[in-house]
Ligand binder design. Structure first.
Ligand code: GLC
Ligand code: CA
Length: 565
């Protein structure tokens, strides 16, 4: 058992623009975060992952960086950041920064120079190509709709952007780019930050020669996989970064890597690889996207057997070899309770059941702001209420293709990234206590019911349940290091597993729906006595005989073998 602090911590992800506004301009900021550090501490959090706070024109809410060593002025100043770091550390909270190395903003001075002429010394910092008979250099599609190529008339060439045209991709074949990024990473680490989440890291290397993707009718995701995802050279670059910079610091690193399974993930996180500590995988996030069609926007319903399959695969393949980063929501995904639970009648029960799931898997759990109070997707009536560049591009493109407003809005209500980006709901006063001004995006209208103040006062709230779970995780090592084993793999209602660490064993029983299935103790565990550590319902009698579970019921038992008692 290879113990590490980053395996034992619970991470809280902050999306600063929506967390807390301190000066009434409607935009969350660093002083806002500082004012909530005690709340975060009280929840039991040891690490905050801060989404990008660097200088940015904000086309993609900070994921378009125009200066890596300055703070976005709407968020505050470098002094505010230093204060945040100091005050977080004083409370025993570490700060992990979100770093975008695949691309910069088109307003970054490197790009302004690069674009100015073909023989500018920084021309080669980005990926420029001539068009083919008036068409883009190849057929690759951007994650945010349309071609990855943008025509630039200054030089009559195209530049590549896997995301929006305001996010030109850096050319990692250029040694100067490599050195500049290394220096910048070192600069942040020397400030005393505690790690990085490396944005879109799987994509920094593109297929040699930039050939057309094989089948233009394939899903964008499938194309991405072959043409600009997880290519071999990414590993060479990460190993180099590790050996020359990261190695010298006691930090944690997590990479965002779509398009891979656990075996491939071990190339990034395997103990001997010297690359990253963890990666965010996407397989469970794609269970409700139709295979074929246009990927995430074409929906299908997910089913529990698939979820069990995917999660169990990651749990077992990585055990003893790498470390999982577990999440059910983040700033790019809809709210977990709306997606995998029930955000109506059983909002509280299902949010607690999902919390139980997240906190009892092997791996480091990542809680996205608001998840701890069971925040839900907002379902705003009009496209005008949405802000996300991916959502807006998708809307425009689909309208051009003749899709009805109603149909597009239906998929936006389920999948838009803005579902998780509405302001944090602090209390039931004006704008949920997020701002005294007008928020940059509307507050979810359910804030009088769903908010932190109310949750703090209610002993039975989702928030207080999270606190209990986090406390348990810290009390029993088996929550962190125990080996996972799936039980009842074919049960369509229940997700049941054990976690085992030497003599210590947990049994986790999760009812994923509003039905009331019966849970039968598997034979191999029948010899045990059970102590109930936590449940989201009152449990009168503790027995491991057949129990009929209530909607979204979750139970964590601690098992002891009878004959050893
Ligand atoms: C990552 C981020 C996402 C961003 C994209 C481009 O996927 O999580 O929010 O839009 O990279 O930087
Ligand atoms: Ca502000």
């Amino acid at each position: 058992m290879n113990k590490k602090w980053w395996k034992e911590c619970v991470v809280y992800q902050i999306y600063p623009i929506s967390f807390k506004d301190s000066n009434g301009d409607g935009i969350g900021d660093l002083q806002g975060i500082i004012s909530k550090l005690d709340y975060i501490k009280d929840l039991g959090i040891d690490v905050v992952w801060l989404c990008p706070i660097y200088q940015s024109p904000n086309h993609d809410n900070g994921y378009d960086i125009s200066n890596y060593e300055a703070i976005m002025h709407q968020f505050g100043s470098m002094e505010d950041f230093d204060e945040l770091l100091k005050k977080a550390h004083a409370r025993g909270i570490k700060i992990v920064m979100d770093l975008v190395m695949n691309h910069t903003s088109d307003e970054h001075p490197w790009f302004i120079e690069s674009r100015s002429s073909v023989d500018n010394p920084k021309r080669d910092y980005y990926i420029w190509r001539k068009g083919k008979n008036g068409h883009p250099p190849n057929n690759w599609e951007s994650y945010f709709s349309g071609s990855v190529w943008e025509y630039d008339k200054t030089s009559d060439e195209y530049y590549m952007h896997l995301y929006s045209k305001h996010q030109p991709d850096l050319n990692w074949d250029n040694d100067q780019v490599f050195n500049e990024i290394h220096d910048m990473v070192r600069w942040w680490l020397d400030k005393g930050i505690d790690g990085f989440r490396f944005d879109a890291i799987a994509h920094i290397v593109k297929a040699q020669g930039l050939p057309d993707a094989p089948d233009p009718h394939h899903l964008p995701y499938v194309r991405a996989y072959t043409m600009f995802s997880n290519l071999e050279k990414v590993h060479t670059l990460l190993q180099h970064l590790y050996e020359t910079v990261l190695y010298n610091y006691d930090i944690m690193t997590v990479g965002e890597t779509s398009g891979l399974g656990p075996e491939q993930a071990l190339n990034y996180i395997g103990d001997k690889r010297h690359e990253l500590n963890m990666v965010f995988q996407f397989e469970h996030m794609q269970l409700d996207s139709a295979a074929g069609g246009t990927g995430k926007w074409e929906q299908t319903s997910w089913n529990l057997l698939d979820l069990k399959n995917v999660m169990s695969k990651w749990q077992t393949v990585l055990h003893g070899k790498g470390w999982n980063a577990n999440y059910l929501c983040n700033h790019d995904q809809p709210r977990s309770v709306s997606r995998f639970g029930n955000d109506g009648k059983y909002r509280k029960e299902s949010a607690k059941m999902l919390a139980t799931f997240l906190l009892t898997l092997e791996g480091t759990p990542y809680i996205f702001q608001g998840e701890e109070i069971g925040m839900t997707n907002p379902r705003f009536p009009s496209i005008d209420d949405y802000r996300d560049i991916e959502t807006l591009n998708h809307y425009r493109q689909s309208r051009r293709n003749g899709v009805t407003n109603e149909k597009i809005m239906n998929s936006i209500w389920k999948k838009s990234r803005d579902n998780s980006r509405t302001p944090m709901q602090w209390n039931d006063s004006y704008q949920a206590g997020f701002t005294t001004g007008t928020p940059w995006i509307k507050v979810n209208p359910n804030y009088p019911e769903v908010n932190v103040k109310k949750a703090l006062q209610d002993p039975d709230s989702v928030l207080n349940y999270y606190k209990k779970l986090i406390t348990l995780r810290k009390q029993h090592e088996v929550f962190v290091y125990g080996e996972y084993q799936l039980l009842h793999p074919l049960n369509p209602d229940l997700y049941v597993y054990t976690r085992t660490l030497q003599k210590d064993q947990l049994l986790i029983v999760l009812n994923f729906f509003d039905r009331t299935p019966v849970f039968d103790m598997p034979k191999e565990l029948a010899e045990c006595t059970a102590e109930l550590l936590l449940s989201n319902y009152e449990v009168k009698e503790i027995t491991l005989d057949s129990v009929s579970l209530r909607p979204f019921e979750a139970r964590i038992y601690r098992l002891t073998k009878t004959h050893e008692k």
